[in-house]
Design a protein around this ligand. Structure first.
Ligand code: DOR
Ligand code: ZN
Length: 368
């Protein structure tokens, strides 16, 4: 069946762009489809201050401009929003500085050791009380990587344990703090976010809407489906799909697109993260379509996120066309992408494999 769907241009409320040539090579994929993206701060070293966040933002804007000069494709409508990486030592003044810029709406919690470059993360939120108090006063959003990291907790239970041990006490102590539970993966998280008191929402990735943990082991180990929090059972996927398509403004789009070179994914200790940026909107459309809920896609992708962050929706639009295509097996990455290295000769550290590589997807996306 053919068909088109036009929606207000979406935003990506959870994006990893990395830095340098890697950033420059993945940026266009996001900027083509999304009006804004909330850029995660887990660089090495992490983006812990307003000054670092603004400098990072400038590098992203410069890369967008360089792309336009190099290719003639304008990315000038794309607006990156930044996050600060919370540490045990974050200074109170950073919160005021960040809010005053108007382009740093959120602070990110990585429990120490939870994921890629999280070793400077928070060891105990008790160290951050004045900062959280100030964020609550200033309306700054607290984005949570919601997993406990103790080695004795089963990897499939880490999110549910986080809700009990961290999120419930946090909600009670700061009832007006704006909280986003990022990349939710479980029924427990969907239920909690739907019911909880106070300003709270959750982002949901395309992979957690479309795949369950069997995808990690389909005929062999599949590193490109490995992300954190890890894919869960089918019952959880169904709960997430129901939440995303429910029309509740507490659930909105955040891809968690997390680029790593092919060589770092296909390794004896492969990195966590799915590179979804080029296919994310098509995959969300596919998930909503399969659920018979395409009429709810615009709210999830383009309206509820800005509403939670206190921003107006984008003014441009995006067209989704129901037309089957194959997802490329890989793209050129970092310097190789910028320098136009011959595609057939790319090594694995010059390549990046997207989510759903080699699969047929039913939707194509056009900015209008
Ligand atoms: O899978 C993930 N990859 N989860 C995260 O939380 C971080 C991300 C990354 O930065 O690679
Ligand atoms: Zn992330």
């Amino acid at each position: 069946m053919t068909g088109t769907l036009e929606i207000i241009q979406p935003d990506d409320w959870h994006l990893h762009l990395r830095d340098g040539a890697a950033m420059a090579s993945v940026l266009p994929a996001s900027a083509r489809h999304f009006g804004r993206a909330l850029v995660m701060p887990n660089l090495k070293p992490p983006v812990t201050t307003t000054a670092l966040a603004l400098a990072y933002r400038d590098r992203i804007l410069a890369a967008a401009q360089a792309h336009s000069l190099r290719t003639g494709e304008s990315l000038s409508d794309f607006s990156p929003l930044m996050t600060l990486y919370l540490t045990d030592a974050t200074a109170l003044q950073e919160i005021d500085r960040a809010v005053d810029t108007g382009v740093i709406p959120a602070v990110k919690l990585y429990p120490a050791g939870a994921t890629t470059h999280s070793d400077s993360g928070v060891t105990d939120l008790a160290h951050c009380e004045p900062v959280l108090e100030r964020m609550q006063q200033r309306g700054m959003v607290f984005c949570l990587h919601g997993e406990v990291t103790h080695s004795e907790v089963d990897i499939f239970d880490r999110e549910a344990r986080f809700i009990d041990q961290v999120l419930i006490p946090l909600r009670a102590r700061y009832p007006a703090l704006k909280i986003v539970l990022e990349h939710i993966t479980t029924r427990e998280a969907a239920d909690f976010v739907r019911e909880a008191a106070g300003p709270i929402a959750a982002t949901i990735t395309p992979q957690h809407l479309l795949y369950n943990r069997n995808s990690l082991f389909q005929g062999g180990i599949r590193p490109h489906y490995y992300c954190l929090p890890v894919l869960k059972r089918e019952t959880h996927r169904q709960a997430l799909l129901a939440a995303a398509t429910s029309g509740s403004p507490r659930f909105f789009l955040g891809t968690d697109s997390a680029p790593h070179p092919q060589s770092d994914k296909e390794s004896s200790c492969g990195c966590a993260g799915c590179y979804s940026a080029p296919v994310a909107m098509a995959l969300y459309a596919q998930a909503f379509d399969q659920a018979g809920a395409l009429n709810r896609l615009e709210g999830f992708a383009s309206l509820y996120g800005p509403a939670f962050y206190g921003l107006a929706p984008n003014t441009r639009r995006l067209r989704l066309i129901r037309r089957a295509s194959l997802v490329p097996q890989r793209f050129a990455f970092a310097e190789a992408a910028l320098g136009g290295a011959p595609f057939a000769e790319l090594t694995e550290d010059q390549s990046i494999v997207p989510l759903a590589a080699g699969q047929s997807i039913a939707w194509q996306v056009q900015a209008v």
